[in-house]
Design a binder for this molecule. Sequence first.
Ligand SMILES: [Fe+2]
Length: 356
Amino acid sequence: MIFEQLNPSSCKTYLLADDDLKQAILIDPVINHVTMYLDLMKERGYQLTHIIDTHTHADHISACPSLRDATDCDYVMHELAPSKCVSVRVEDQSELTLIGKKFKILHTPGHTRDSITILTDKLLFTGDFLFLEDAGAGRDDLPGGNPEDHWNSLLKLSNIPDDMVVYPAHEYRNRKPSDMKTQREKNPHLKIKTKEAFILYINDLKLGPADWMKDVLNANYKCSTDPNAAWIPTDLPACEIKGTMNPNTDDIEVKYISPPKFKDHIKNNPNILLLDVREKYELSDQLGHIDNVMNIPIGTLTSHLDKLNSYADGNIILICRSGARATSAAKILTTAGFLHVYVLEGGMINYRLHGL
Ligand SMILES: [Fe+2]
């Protein structure tokens, strides 16, 4: 069997194919990559027989309606999925034969009502029901989400062997797929012992604003084939529950500095802190980084506020790839009492576009 993850982004799409049968399936394809998927099928001579969404996605538009239009393949989702363009509806314990192999379905609601987990060989496709290690799992606060359901779904994993490897629908921080034994040791969702403690844990999480996600859900409910049907911030770890923002930060005003004004601002404020909130590895990628930045990835910002104490009254400019994470960081710092917080408008992408 051929098995590959296809996307360059934090949304993961899995290709499973049989080279003898020349048949392929895709799990959780993303609309922005439709051409890439179709080109790949053509290059390798595969017939795309089935496409599966593990659940109705809230952070990206599914490619399934577009792929179904282009190839006439079957579109598989749980029977509770609101989408009208699904052609094969599965339920708990359903078995499918795809690319000549058996696939078993578990209904694992919690993140959404229609979430499924797919098992074949040693592979466990968990969607957003379970992420890798300390990433926990997808958030339960979106329409259809329910922590109690999530707990009951996690109980269904108790018989899954330790050596099955988890392939989630998202991975925001470059963790490598790891087995169930590792999840049992490291994933907070699997370490909590009682339903009551689990629900308390989920309800206590501070998550980022999710209004834009409701527009994405609506686009997926309606089988949209338009990549621009909903606005999606490009580099936010939107589905991960380790978000660090208070939900009531929507009305916090964020101040932006354009790249041309950025240099003057530094010159006029010698004690300014430049804080890059991207992951460490991103600072050495193509976009590079600005001299003398401090690096605290957004996911760890709230636990490192002590490093910023000497800047509480001073100026802080927040930097990320496109401005999305820096905006979240600005809200976190403003909530924490920092007075003069700015965001480099458009992030490093915009900075480079200005020839800086
Ligand atoms: Fe999701």
